[in-house]
Design a protein around this ligand. Structure first.
Ligand SMILES: [Zn+2]
Length: 262
């Protein structure tokens, strides 16, 4: 069990000490850390993606009160610890398959260390994307931020290309960090896309873009909508299923999960 080192509580107004909780997990001991936070308004427990437990105490609360609170939340802790499976990390995912889907093809993603600052270098139509890092050990949060920057450009390029090819007019394209949707289309003509579309096969990315473009003509999932979409993309149904089933693992990448009780 790893302790979370970069919790939101690691700011200047919090200090942390680590204790061991002996009661909630059979024979094992669960480490938890206690933070004092000037910002916290009540006693709070959070569990991060590495299963680390943090007990946050506001000013004026005693450690005893905190431990009592922790004990009163035993059932909640048990439930969350048994439900949380280690999520696949974005960095592992990229290590296995170091590429991103750009403009209809897979483009290799190369990591280079020893840069003076971390940046992502890419160009439209380029042969590869280069992640220049200060050390080769780039963190996940930083990688998410860089990929979101890439997605903000690349998914717009692709959507414009597809819109032009099929005669759609998009008012605005926004690239976001949705937690469960690959894309959406507003009645005002804004297409919103999930940055993780960089991480699915190019055909899957194109499918989502075409799906949202088709909504510009049909704001529903009626048979007419599907007819239109299958005309644009004959494999639409297959990709729809793929994104729901296999794509679920990609949807979970690069996300912080922090259940909390207070
Ligand atoms: Zn839809």
């Amino acid at each position: 069990m790893a302790l979370n080192r970069d919790s939101e509580l690691a700011g200047t107004d919090a200090t942390a000490r680590v204790f061991l909780l002996r009661m909630y997990d059979g024979d094992r001991e669960l480490p938890y850390r206690v933070c004092r936070s000037a910002r916290a308004r009540s006693i709070r427990i959070s569990i991060d993606r590495d299963y680390a437990i943090t007990l946050t105490l506001p000013r004026g609360a005693s450690e005893r009160q905190g431990v009592d609170f922790l004990e009163s939340k035993a059932a909640w802790l048990r439930r969350h610890l048994s439900r949380q499976r280690p999520r696949p990390g974005l960095l592992d995912f990229l290590r296995r398959d170091p590429a991103v889907s750009l403009e209809g093809r897979r483009v290799p993603l190369e990591v280079r260390g020893n840069a003076s600052r971390t940046a992502l270098r890419f160009s439209r139509g380029g042969e590869k994307v280069v992640l220049e890092a200060v050390s080769s050990d780039v963190g996940e949060a930083e990688t998410v931020e860089l990929l979101r920057g890439l997605a903000a450009r690349a998914l717009v390029w692709r959507t414009e290309t597809m819109a032009e090819r099929h005669g759609f007019e998009v008012r605005r394209i926004s690239v976001r960090d949705q937690s469960s949707r690959w894309g959406s289309c507003s009645s005002g003509g804004t297409v919103s896309l999930n940055w993780r579309l960089l991480l699915v096969p190019p055909e899957g990315q194109d499918y989502v873009i075409l799906h949202e473009l088709a909504h510009l003509r049909h704001m529903n999932h009626s048979p007419r909508f599907w007819n239109e979409l299958c005309r644009l993309d004959p494999l639409a149904r297959e990709w729809d299923r793929w994104l729901t089933e296999t794509g679920e693992a990609v949807m979970a990448l690069g996300r912080k999960v922090k259940p909390s009780a207070s």
